[in-house]
Design a protein around this ligand. Structure first.
Ligand code: FES
Length: 95
């Protein structure tokens, strides 16, 4: 289980459990997928379809589309999608 980047006793929001490429991740209610993944040391959200280079959060405000991931079968921006219990996130959303 990941999520060790958070400081114990500082954040009292409810835990939200989801998977990222099959790995169980514990985020916090109100986190975006991007931030919960980042806190769990998962900075690579997809690989470029052009040259395979790793891509992650760039603008963090929904403009650049660098953070595309697959959530329960739909391609979404990780930086604008809030985590939900049980969601299945996979790298490599399609532009
Ligand atoms: S990081 Fe730019 S759209 Fe998500």
């Amino acid at each position: 289980m990941s999520g060790a980047a958070r400081l114990p006793g500082v954040d009292d929001r409810r835990d939200v459990v989801f998977t990222f490429d099959g790995e169980r991740i514990v985020g916090k209610e109100g986190d975006t997928v991007a931030m919960a993944a980042w806190a769990a040391s998962q900075q690579v959200l997809r690989n470029s379809s052009r040259d395979g280079t790793p891509r992650g959060v760039l603008c963090n405000m929904g403009i650049c589309f660098e953070c595309l991931v697959d959530v329960d079968g739909a391609t979404v921006r990780a930086c604008t999608t809030l985590v939900r219990d049980g969601m299945q996130v996979r790298r490599g959303g399609r532009p």
